[in-house]
Design a protein around this ligand. Structure first.
Ligand SMILES: Nc1ncnc2c1ncn2[C@@H]1O[C@H](COP(=O)(O)OP(=O)(O)OP(=O)(O)O)[C@@H](O)[C@H]1O
Ligand SMILES: [Mg+2]
Length: 371
């Protein structure tokens, strides 16, 4: 097949008929419209020409020696790109149900013999116009696909940067702010001891300052853990989810249950982090919006995929409702994380019926131990 640059600017048409007279007659009808016209004597030759000339339209007579038009059309449709190249068939009035056979073989249109010049020109024109639209559609699809790939890779970068930033913030909060507060607390404790040794009566105020700092230290620790639980690396997903579920129960009084199946040690970090973030968002949503009595989390990991299901018996909502991603980022973020890992997410909810979020991520051999 010639490279795109070798293709003539004019539309290329293959005229296939075993009778030279008919080919010449068709050539004479179409020549004034400025096409690049090629000729083939039978179906076999038409296919060879198709492979070497990237035609925009193929005209095929049905009755021909070597290979007839119906077989040539069927084969052409199976060649690379053949499905998008229109075929116009010539059918005789007396050839039985040839028209039906022509469409079955994949022809785009047919014309009766003897060929009427005006009719042929109009049909050729229309088929070439449709072909042009199809080429434009294909080009737009390629562009769309490439934009989608770019968006996906940008999304992945943004999520990675977001994770790295959270890790950095968590470390700074824990190491720097936490350490500074601990030092301050120790200093105050020493000061308190010195002052009470010397009989000064500042004990109460100092004690309350120390208690205040203590609270601050544990609040900061909680925030750091929320940003990036160090335990995700140390303890693994199941233990961290267990902690999250217990915390939720402690803070809200909700009934909670966690059910897990399978091994999680060898899950790739990317998948582990995404699942953790999705469960975190789902549970935060339950706490913030659901007014639920019970929430359950199910984790099921096998060699093919890992499944997460978070179910609550709260007020539910319409998942097709307010999708303003400026106001509501949580569910959208979940969908993006799952899509980046080629997974599926279903958000099943309706008012008064509770909410169920089901996520499945394919593992594609990760279960074999890669990490
Ligand atoms: N479990 C749930 N029960 C009831 N309503 C829910 C639940 N989960 C989500 N919703 C509804 O869906 C909306 C969108 O949730 P989403 O997590 O996308 O955004 P958000 O929680 O409002 O804000 P954020 O961006 O902070 O997550 C919520 O505002 C809430 O109305
Ligand atoms: Mg949310």
């Amino acid at each position: 097949m010639p490279a795109e640059s070798e293709k003539p600017d004019k539309p290329v048409i293959i005229i296939t008929d075993d009778r030279r007279g008919t080919r010449h007659m068709i050539r004479n009808i179409l020549a004034p419209d400025g096409y690049h016209l090629l000729e083939a004597e039978n179906g076999r030759e038409a296919l060879d020409l198709y492979n070497s000339s990237q035609p925009d339209l193929v005209l095929l007579d049905i009755m021909m020696p070597v290979m007839d038009g119906l077989e040539a059309c069927t084969r052409l449709k199976q060649l690379p790109g053949g499905n998008h190249v229109p075929v116009l068939m010539f059918t005789g009035y007396d050839e039985g149900n040839e028209v039906e056979k022509a469409f079955e073989a994949g022809a785009s249109d047919f014309i009766n013999k003897p060929v009427n010049g005006e009719e042929l020109r109009h049909r050729v024109n229309r088929l070439l116009y449709l072909r042009k639209l199809e080429v434009q559609r294909q080009a737009a699809e390629v562009k769309l696909q490439s934009s989608y790939t770019t968006i996906q890779s940008l999304s992945r970068k943004v999520l990675n940067a977001y994770e790295e930033e959270r890790v950095r913030l968590a470390r700074e909060l824990h190491d720097e702010v936490g350490m500074a507060l601990t030092t301050l607390k120790l200093n105050l404790q020493l000061l308190n001891r010195d002052l009470s040794d010397k009989g000064f009566a500042h004990e109460e105020r100092l004690k309350s300052s120390i208690a205040y700092i203590n609270n601050l230290i544990s609040a900061i620790r909680n925030k750091a853990v929320f940003l990036r639980p160090p335990s995700l690396d140390e303890l693994g997903l199941v233990a961290v989810v267990d902690n999250m579920v217990n915390e939720l129960s402690r803070h809200t009084g909700m009934g909670t249950a966690l059910q897990t199946n399978g091994q999680y040690e060898k899950l790739p970090v990317e998948i582990e982090t995404a699942l953790y973030r999705c469960i975190q968002e789902a549970l935060t949503n339950v706490a913030r919006h659901a007014s639920a009595t019970n929430v359950s989390v199910k984790l099921d990991c096998n060699r093919q995929d890992v499944l997460v299901k978070v179910t609550d018996d709260g007020i539910g909502f319409d998942p097709r409702g307010d999708s303003d991603t400026v106001k509501h980022l949580g569910l959208q973020g979940m969908k993006e994380r799952v899509a980046l890992l080629s997974g599926d997410i279903a958000i099943n909810s309706s008012p008064g019926k509770g909410t169920e979020i089901i996520i499945t991520i394919p593992l594609d051999g990760y279960g074999d131990g890669k990490r």
